[in-house]
Design a protein around this ligand. Structure first.
Ligand code: ADP
Ligand code: MG
Length: 933
């Protein structure tokens, strides 16, 4: 979704002069601030409300379902207005952000009294203090505790030879995470779906790019920004400035392109936070190839973090998430989005889980401790930008104590593996003394916000206790005064009350009003207000007491806020230690949670190595298994072996660096037999193994999978205006073009979206291509039984089928995967189970009998013998001829993007072109002269 870019357009300065002259000073201020923040809704603070005007008001009232009113006139027209109370503004912000809006929050920067003192016409000074955008949130109420909230910046470096590079930097300011990486344009879609950003910034040029633009415009909350934000020349300086260092060398090694994206991201954060800089971890660099590449279609099909209908429930993440803290849940989601390709790193994670599988007492103790540990990284982030409250400090206090408790428990493990040792080191860092200070300072019951005070413990600071006593004593005086006034006036129901407008006042019901307004009482009681049922008065005495109470109260509040700032500063000095401890908590949570999952659901430790093995014994589908369990049904475990077949197959390929070739399993069987489940479970087992988790199997050995591809089911993609079949073919094309020996490919019923012979032919050719050219490990489910004939020609193609039993004319699904092939589809039996009317079933049976008489199977077997085997194009033939010099020159000119170039770059490009010219010119002249001859 693209952010609405329109600036609500109040009639502007082009209006006649006398109309313009009627702009009130306040409107003038509003319009100025509004113009400075194009594309954002302006929350304009007026007293206890944020008001919105003009088109903003119309948008917000529609989006929030709040009343649209009017306020005065602007150039002769009513000004539409709506408002949200400041107290509840988080809720409204949340809804606007969720709808893809961005909001500029404009506050009053001085006491209205100060403005009045400047003169009648003076407007209260106001300024935008923050831009609230989907990717730069810190408030708990605006964030989902269990997911990261990323702002992503995307930069591009053009290469004249094509093959542009993309730099990406993503930041979660609510946890300080900051990551950069670089990829080719072909990998962009997979990378984006892995990062899953909440807001994206790109250059204008990239946004409008004919190739990449459509992909980018589909992302959530994309904002195109001007070139200066993505200026590579100033990138390092801006980064140094943000981190307050002289050079980036000490922070992290980044490519120029990564630095460009990183600088754009911090510049945007600077703009949105208006001067407050949330502390960020130094950018960590994700090297290419360190994670399993999973393209968006595969991610969606396998329902890794969300189901196809967009819910978390029913996804793999939901099925395996036994974490007890939000930070742990976020880390698990991160790991699931990016399975590793380094077997050493995977083994380290598995070691930590194994330790907690083996020691269930430690696991339970740690989980109990973790449950009490608050989300320290988000609390820290809020405190650092001045949006924290007393409960955030209490969170740090509890976090530090929890770290100490966890450490003590971990120390009792015998022989902890390296990942747990690293966790223990981090737990040792935060100062216990700091937590004790927080404990001394904070009251037992804490308010949500600091504004009204009441969070500092009694006895913490003498001056505060004194101010509070004075304030409370005066309140007692008021109570005594009420009793005395009631006595003196003879009005039993007389009350002393307080509100923000009148301050303290005396209130009696209307029937007693006259008494107080007549002599002698009117000498004491001064009439202030008459309401329908009550009459209100003040007295001189009440005024004096009020001043005293207000003074003492103000002083107490001032002292509390000072103490808050002090505690906050203390927390900031320890922020690095606290962040490290917070991260260690998350790691510990994930390790113990995955151990719990392994024990509860009977998972085993996979062997993950650098071979091309894929051998699963007794594999299960993690999600389907849990669903069946809830219904008291068993899941039938199945083996799968896609490991390379020992020689004589595959024929060794000299000099191509080929390491072998995996098997392809061709799975046939009727609908509902369990083919799709089997395919997916093997893909999910590979993913789980490579995030360093135990897996639902009796035994699993997996050689690292570099890329996972799947084409499962047939989902229409109407939003992009492509038919099911087109989508299916686009995805299949990606697989056939990109899968390597190291990849794992899952193809479920491809070709189903078209006519039978078309579909069968495409599936046929695709299998041959996978076998001969991609040589990957693959699972291919199909209802084209004819394809099983291919195994006669393709040595590494293995036929498997899901067993069914026919029983009194019905099919019974056994869900057992066995060698062999299905002879029939049982489609009509399944249709009967589904409740198709009996006459339709009977008619279908007779049509089938006729069709079967023609026997397509025979044809296929004959084809296998007749058709020559799929010819693998040699590498050389596949490569296009190198372009001629003239073509090179044209390409070079075409690759120039004048709008994106600085004058200097433009000049350099001219020189480069000129340098290419002599030989190109020679060849032209030569041709010319030959044609003259
Ligand atoms: P197909 O792709 O062959 O049409 P599915 O994989 O969609 O079949 O499976 C259909 C249903 O059968 C699943 O929803 C599940 O409830 C059940 N099922 C599949 N595999 C198993 C299994 N191994 N054990 C138990 N039930 C299974
Ligand atoms: Mg299926």
């Amino acid at each position: 979704m693209t952010i609405q870019q329109s600036i609500p357009a109040p009639p502007d300065a082009a209006q006649p002069a006398e109309a313009a002259a009627r702009v009130t000073p306040m409107m003038e201020q509003y319009l100025e601030i509004k113009a400075a923040n194009p594309g954002l809704l302006l929350f304009y603070r007026m007293g206890d409300f944020y008001e919105l005007f003009f088109e903003d008001a119309e948008i917000a009232s529609r989006a929030l379902g709040i009343m649209l009113t009017k306020r005065g006139k602007h150039q002769g027209m009513d000004i539409p207005m709506c408002g949200v109370p400041v107290e509840r503004s988080d809720d409204y912000l949340h809804r606007l952000i969720a709808l893809g809006h961005r909001v500029a929050v404009c506050e009053q920067m001085e006491d209205p009294a100060a403005a009045r003192a400047r003169g009648n016409k003076s407007v209260v000074r106001r300024d935008v203090v923050r831009l609230v955008t989907p990717g730069t949130l810190t408030e708990d109420t605006l964030l989902d505790a269990r997911t990261n909230n990323y702002l992503l910046a995307i930069a591009r470096a053009r290469a004249s030879s094509g093959g542009d590079r993309i730099g990406l930097a993503w930041i979660d300011i609510s946890t300080s995470e900051f990551i950069v990486t670089e990829c080719g344009t072909g990998e962009l879609a997979a990378t984006l779906s892995r990062i899953n950003p909440n807001e994206v910034i790109v250059t204008d040029a990239l946004y409008g790019d004919p190739d990449l633009g459509p992909l980018l415009r589909e992302l959530p909350a994309v904002t195109p920004l001007t070139r200066d934000v993505f200026d590579s020349a100033t990138a390092e300086r801006r980064l140094c400035d943000y981190f307050a260092v002289a050079t980036m060398d000490g922070l992290s090694a980044m490519s120029r392109l990564e630095a460009t994206a990183a600088a754009a991201a911090v510049t945007y954060i600077d703009r949105t936070q208006v001067g407050k800089r949330p502390p960020l971890s130094p950018p960590s660099r994700e090297a290419a190839g360190t994670t399993m590449a999973i393209d968006p279609a595969t991610r969606a099909n396998l329902e890794l973090t969300r189901t196809l209908s967009g819910e978390r429930r029913g996804s793999l993440l939901d099925a395996i998430d036994r974490t007890v803290t939000p930070a742990g849940s976020r880390l698990l989601a991160q790991r699931l989005a990016a399975p590793l390709t380094d077997s050493g790193a995977i083994a380290r994670r598995l070691d930590a889980i194994a330790a907690f599988v083996a020691d269930s007492a430690a696991r339970d103790d740690i989980r109990t401790t973790l449950r009490a540990a608050p989300d320290m990284s988000r609390a820290l982030a809020r405190l650092s930008v001045g949006r924290g409250g007393p409960r955030d400090i209490a969170g740090l206090r509890d976090g530090i104590f929890a770290a100490a408790a966890a450490l003590a428990r971990l120390q009792r493990l015998d022989d902890p593996p390296p990942e747990i040792i690293a966790v223990m080191d981090a737990m040792r860092c935060p100062s216990r003394e700091l937590a004790r200070e927080f404990e001394r300072a904070l009251a037992d019951q804490l308010p949500l916000i600091k504004r009204d005070g009441g969070f500092v413990r009694e006895g913490y600071e003498a001056a505060l206790d004194e101010a509070r006593n004075l304030r409370d004593a005066s309140r007692l005086v008021v109570a005594a005064m009420q009793a005395r006034y009631a006595d003196e006036t003879g009005v039993k129901g007389l009350k002393i009350r307080h509100n923000n407008v009148l301050g303290y006042f005396v209130e009696v019901t209307a029937q007693h009003g006259d008494r107080l307004m007549a002599p002698p009482l009117n000498a004491i009681f001064i009439h202030r207000q008459t309401l329908a049922g009550q009459i209100r008065f003040t007295t001189a005495e009440l005024g004096e007491i009020e001043a005293k109470i207000a003074n003492a109260g103000d002083r107490a509040l001032g002292l509390e806020l000072e103490i808050f700032e002090r505690l906050c500063a203390l927390a900031m000095t320890a922020s690095e230690d606290l962040r490290a401890a917070a991260h260690a908590f998350a790691m510990l949570d994930v390790a113990t949670a995955l151990a719990k999952l392994a024990v509860d659901d009977n998972y085993v430790r996979p062997e993950v190595d650098t071979s091309l093995t894929f051998a699963i014994e007794g594999g299960r589908h993690p999600v389907v298994e849990q669903a069946l369990k809830r219904d008291g049904q068993p899941f039938i475990a199945n083996a799968c072996d896609l490991s390379p077949v020992p020689p004589p197959y595959p024929p060794p390929q000299a000099g191509e660096g080929r390491v072998g070739a995996g098997q392809i399993w061709l799975i046939t069987g009727p609908n509902m037999a369990g083919k799709s489940t089997f395919l997916r479970q093997n893909a999910l087992i590979a993913i789980l193994a490579q995030i360093g988790s135990f897996v639902p199997a009796a035994r699993a050995r997996i050689g690292i999978v570099d890329r996972l591809f799947s084409r499962v089911g047939a989902a229409d993609d109407l939003a992009r205006g492509r038919s099911t079949f087109m989508v299916e073919m686009v995805e299949t094309a990606i697989i056939l073009n990109q899968a390597s020996e190291r990849s794992l490919v899952i193809l479920d019923e491809i070709g189903r979206g078209t006519a039978t012979f078309d579909g069968l032919s495409i599936a046929w050719a695709a299998i041959e291509h996978l076998h001969e050219s991609n040589r990957c490990r693959a699972l291919f489910a199909t209802h084209y039984h004819e394809l099983t004939a291919l195994s006669a020609k393709l040595p590494r193609l293995f036929n498997a089928t899901v067993r069914v039993k026919e029983w009194q004319g019905d099919v019974v699904f056994l869900h057992e995967v066995l060698p062999g092939s299905a002879d029939r589809s049982y489609g009509i039996q399944v249709a009967r189970l589904a409740g198709l009317p009996a006459p339709v079933i009977a008619r279908a049976k007779s049509v089938l009998a006729k069709l079967e008489a023609q026997d397509r199977g025979q044809t296929a077997r004959a084809l296998v013998d007749d058709l020559p085997l799929f010819a693998v194009p040699s590498r050389a033939a596949a490569e296009p001829a190198p372009p001629s010099e003239a073509e090179q020159l044209i390409e070079a000119v075409a690759a120039l993007h004048p709008d994106e170039m600085s004058p200097r770059e433009a000049l350099e490009a001219l020189y480069a072109l000129k340098a290419k010219l002599p030989s190109a010119a020679r060849s032209t002249t030569a041709r010319d002269s030959s044609s003259r001859r």
